[in-house]
Write a protein that binds this ligand. Structure first.
Ligand code: MF3
Ligand code: CO
Length: 256
């Protein structure tokens, strides 16, 4: 595969395969969203993922990745990412729940995430989800040839911070293709003292703002995975896999 500064450039055939992987990923997220309700055990969402992966004949991308034990990441309230979809986690009215899911289809990866409200949520929780989704879409708009990688980062950061929210530094987006994590890293903030990267057609990026109601610091729990906000305030997470085409950004992780 052709490369620019260490970043794999995908041809239209490869992007077509990635579109299939990401469409399936998005359809699984649709099904998860429909299953969200007060009283749901998070293990139910894992079951849905596994069943739909079998139906679509795709491999869940996260299962076994660096020893991760599930197909799904299911992060509730102050959990930012990498929460476990276990039975002991039961959704309650007013919670927010983030699902992060990926699949492999014919050797290519899909990766996408969304945060859902459980029943009626506080106004501030709804605003956090809205701003996080908006920040992702503003970042995606910048994903075009001629722009710099950090134009994406700046757009996400500006939207989140102007709303008074925190931008998680510890985890970032990434290039994606025949591997889940490829170069470049895609931060949701502009790093100091680094020049970034000119964006080229054929790059495919997983852009994934993780935005917090309070401070941006996170810590990882003793299970080695679950990342929570240090202040235990809410976090939201939206992720799309986006191809950079000569005409601009194309979101691959859409349902149809
Ligand atoms: N969307 C996450 C990421 O881009 C998925 C990784 S979770 C893991 O890093 F369990 F697979 F590590
Ligand atoms: Co990702």
């Amino acid at each position: 595969m052709k490369k620019f500064r260490g970043v794999f450039l995908k041809n239209p055939n490869e992007i077509a395969l990635m579109r299939v992987a990401n469409r399936i990923t998005s359809q699984i997220l649709d099904a998860l969203g429909e299953a969200v309700r007060p009283g749901a055990e998070c293990s139910e969402f894992e079951d849905i993922c596994r069943r739909l992966c079998e139906e679509h004949q795709v491999r869940p991308a996260f299962l076994g990745y660096q020893g991760y034990g599930y197909a799904l990441c299911c992060s509730v309230n102050s959990e930012v990412v990498h929460g476990f979809p276990t039975r002991d986690k039961v959704l309650r009215e007013g919670d927010i729940v983030s699902f992060d899911m990926g699949v492999v289809y014919k050797g290519f990866y899909g990766d996408s995430a969304r945060t859902f409200p459980v029943g009626q949520v506080r106004g501030e929780a709804a605003r956090l989800m809205d701003v996080t989704r908006e920040s992702l879409l503003l970042g995606i708009e910048q994903a075009r040839p001629g722009n710099n990688l950090y134009d994406i980062s700046a757009a996400v950061q500006r939207r989140a911070e102007s709303a008074g929210f925190g931008v998680v530094r510890r985890f970032v987006g990434h290039g994606i293709g025949a591997r889940m994590h490829e170069k470049p890293e895609v931060p949701n903030f502009v790093p100091r003292g680094i020049l970034g990267l000119p964006l080229k057609a054929g790059m495919v990026l997983a852009i994934e703002p993780m935005i917090t109601e309070g401070g941006h610091e996170v810590e990882v729990l003793a299970d080695g995975w679950t990342a929570v906000t240090k202040d235990r305030k809410l976090a939201a997470h939206f992720e799309h896999t986006v191809a950079i085409t000569p005409d601009g950004p194309q979101i691959l992780s859409l349902s149809d």
